[in-house]
Each structure stands twice: as structure tokens, then as C-alpha cells.
Design a protein around this ligand. Structure first.
Ligand code: 6PG
Length: 235
């Protein structure tokens, strides 16, 4: 079941995302005493992370993962880990044992993905998250699941290296089977540049090879899309 909400602006969107995050976290903690979340990268979640960093939650119960990563060192300006570190982990004083990042310093995409699969194995035989945060690219990619790339067809491995021809580089990413086993997926889209993609995904023909985020179809969970007015302007 997809829930779609349209918020006034990027700030309201981030505030609503905090509410969904807190609600999902409290539910998971009440049931299992912990909360596992896969963070997303890019620019949109920055506002969310800044707001979360001043939000009350039993943070010691939270285990942080990353849905994808760029092939750069962890201190690189393009690193998704670095962004979360600066906006969320450092301000909250999160213990290193709660942070599960892609070991990009291994330098070999296949090795980095294999290492992350082992990390995810700790979540069970069929790894899943309580919450997966996702963004959407103008080409309808999500995480690092880009149009017409091999990772879209992955049925068994939880994390893979994905060659992205349009970027001329590898990315590392979790795969749809993992995303679709999660208890909740929260998609954030903000700004005019996302309007056409949002329309295509929500109103257009179903072609997940071309518009990968359409492959998000939770088996048994909640799929929440938060759009600001600009991102929703073509609906
Ligand atoms: C990444 C991502 C990616 C992102 C979208 C949207 O590492 O870049 O996880 O899937 O969410 O590209 O990015 P923006 O928020 O920057 O538009």
C-alpha cells in the first residue's frame, strides 16, 4: 500500500519525514528493542538528518546502515557516509558500533559489496530493515539502482557492485529483494527537477528497467512517499 503526501516545501517535508522516522523507530524498538535503518545519500536527506540530530529518540537502540555508496574514501565530500557523519552521527555522538558503512577503502567494488553482504547477514538469513530511506533521481534511479543496469535483476544477493555506464563508474548498492522485505520505505522527493520523474513513476507506464524505483513493491510493509509541492507539480 503506497501512501503519498504532499508538503508545502522542503522544510515541511523534512519535518514530516522526522515524524515517520520516529514513529517507525518507536514501533520497532517497542517490539524488538532495536531499530535498523538504511540511510540514503544525495542532497535531499540532509535536512532530515539535521532535524533528526536534535530529535529525542533512544538513539543507542538504532543501528545505521547505508542503502548505497559512491566509490570514494569515507572522508570524501561525495561520500554518503561522510554526509551522515557530519549531519547526524557526530552531532548525536553515535557509537561506532552502531554504524555499518560500506568499506570503500577496500578499493575493489566486488570486494566492498561482498564485505557489506556479510555485514547484512547479521540481520538474518534474508536481511531486511525496519526502515529504508530512499531518494529518487531525475532518471528514476533509487539507491544506486540505475536504469538498465545489472543490479536491477539481482534476485539473491543482498548487496552488489553496480556498473553505471552513464556515470562511467561503479556504485555499490543494496538490492530490491532487501528493500522489498523492509517494514517501511520512506521516499523523499523535493524540488522541480524531480517533478517529471515523480509523475512517470506514480502515473506513467510500469517499466521498472527504465524507471527503477517502480520496482519498490513491499511484500508486507508501509511505503510512504513524501513530496514537496514542486516535486508534485506535474501530478
Ligand atoms: C545517492 C543516492 C541516490 C539519491 C538520488 C537523489 O547516493 O546519490 O542514494 O539514490 O537518493 O540520486 O539524490 P538527491 O537527493 O541529491 O537529488
Amino acid at each position: 500500500m503506497r501512501e503519498t503526501e504532499i508538503l508545502e516545501n522542503a522544510d515541511r517535508l523534512a519535518a514530516r519525514a522526522v515524524e515517520v522516522f520516529v514513529e517507525t523507530a518507536n514501533l520497532a524498538i517497542a517490539t524488538t528493542d532495536k531499530f535498523t535503518v538504511a540511510l540514503s545519500g544525495g542532497s535531499t536527506p540532509k535536512h532530515l538528518y539535521r532535524k533528526l540530530s536534535v530529535t529525542k529518540l533512544p538513539w543507542a537502540r538504532v543501528q545505521f546502515y547505508f542503502g548505497d555508496e559512491r566509490l570514494v574514501p569515507p572522508d570524501h565530500p561525495e561520500s554518503n557516509f561522510r554526509m551522515a557523519e557530519e549531519t547526524l552521527f557526530e552531532p548525536l555522538g553515535i557509537d561506532r558500533s552502531q554504524i555499518h558503512r560500506w568499506r570503500t577503502e577496500l578499493n575493489d567494488p566486488e570486494q566492498i559489496a561482498e564485505d557489506y553482504r556479510k555485514e547484512l547477514d547479521q540481520l538474518g538469513i534474508a536481511p531486511s530493515f525496519d526502515l529504508v530511506l530512499l531518494g529518487i533521481g531525475e532518471d528514476c534511479h533509487t539507491a544506486s539502482l540505475f536504469p538498465n543496469t545489472d543490479a536491477l535483476n539481482e534476485e539473491t544477493r543482498s548487496a552488489v557492485a553496480n556498473w553505471v555506464p552513464k556515470l562511467g563508474q561503479h556504485r555499490v548498492t543494496v538490492t530490491f529483494p532487501v528493500i522489498n522485505r523492509s517494514a517501511c520505505v520512506l521516499v523523499l522527493a523535493s524540488g522541480n527537477s524531480k517533478a517529471a520523474a515523480v509523475r512517470q513513476v506514480l502515473k506513467g507506464s510500469y517499466e521498472p528497467a527504465r524507471f527503477p524505483i517502480q520496482a519498490v513493491e513491499l511484500k508486507d510493509g508501509r511505503e510512504v512517499w513524501l513530496l514537496d509541492k514542486e516535486a508534485a507539480s506535474k501530478l
